[in-house]
Ligand binder design. Sequence first.
Ligand SMILES: Cc1cc2nc3c(=O)[nH]c(=O)nc-3n(C[C@H](O)[C@H](O)[C@H](O)COP(=O)(O)OP(=O)(O)OC[C@H]3O[C@@H](n4cnc5c(N)ncnc54)[C@H](O)[C@@H]3O)c2cc1C
Length: 295
Amino acid sequence: MIGLPHFAHHQPTTLAQALKLVDQYGTKAKLLAGGTEVIPKLRCRALCPEQLISVNRIAELSVIEVQPGGDLHIGAGVRVSDVGRHAGVLKTYPGLAHACSVMATTQIRNMATVAGNLVNGSPCADTASPLLVYDARVRLASQAGRREVALDAFYQGPGQVDVEPNEILVTIIVPPLPEGSGSSYQRLSARSSVDMAAASVAARLTLDAQGSCTAARVAMGAVAPTPRRCPQAEALLADQAPDSEHVSWAAAAVAKGASPIDDVRASAAYRRAVLPVLARRVLEQCLIQARGGGR
Ligand SMILES: Cc1cc2nc3c(=O)[nH]c(=O)nc-3n(C[C@H](O)[C@H](O)[C@H](O)COP(=O)(O)OP(=O)(O)OC[C@H]3O[C@@H](n4cnc5c(N)ncnc54)[C@H](O)[C@@H]3O)c2cc1C
């Protein structure tokens, strides 16, 4: 087993202390949350930071709660497993709950954070697509202040997200959903659920009392350089009373909107073939929920 490289380890207990440290060390520092990405990269020397700054002792980052206005706030230190079993997430955001309960292994889910999953910038990050369909945004803090970025603007390329070296992602903000909403997430991996997804689709539909679609969101993972929304599929569902034909057209549009590659997890052809199947499944599930059916 290769040991870790040398670094100074900081364990601030307040956000103010952590912000001072990232401001002081900038690109020489690496933030550590669950460490499920960072520690393996340290071991193989893909990362050699001089300073490692843990966010794990900052109590204010470990809170997940629904705010009085209805927004769900997920603190950057909240573990994936805690998000997946949170009553408010299970009730209102079943796609996110599902993603948080099926990704990786129990041990990884108990350590990993949703914030780390997003900042890591992987195209196949399991929590990204469900959060995209809920119009989530991230709140970033620095010593200069705070800013919020919509999740679909946060992803800039593979492994590239909109976070400056002197910033810390503090909260993931998920807006409340209107009545008549349904949402779902499905992923496929070629080997087992422990493997990263080879393709994934999330969707959210909101229907009015007449059954017309007032909001449609569809997003995909592992089939493009970043997790991303599929506006073509969304346009085919918006303002329609979606039936099986609309679902088929939208599912086909998801496959057309993807730009998959061949890699160790799956071929581009496999990804293209499974995308419409996943899309049809999540859209059908959304419609059942939006029409008042079970989850
Ligand atoms: C065996 C195994 C299986 C896995 N399976 C999956 C899977 O099925 N699906 C999946 O999506 N992922 C999977 N992963 C990847 C990983 O577990 C997730 O991406 C996880 O959510 C990362 O969270 P973390 O808290 O461990 O991040 P860390 O490793 O602590 O950090 C990840 C990155 O985010 C940065 N960071 C962390 N917190 C902050 C913050 N608050 N502000 C700014 N930057 C921050 C770190 O500096 C680092 O660059 C797997 C990993 C392993 C080892």
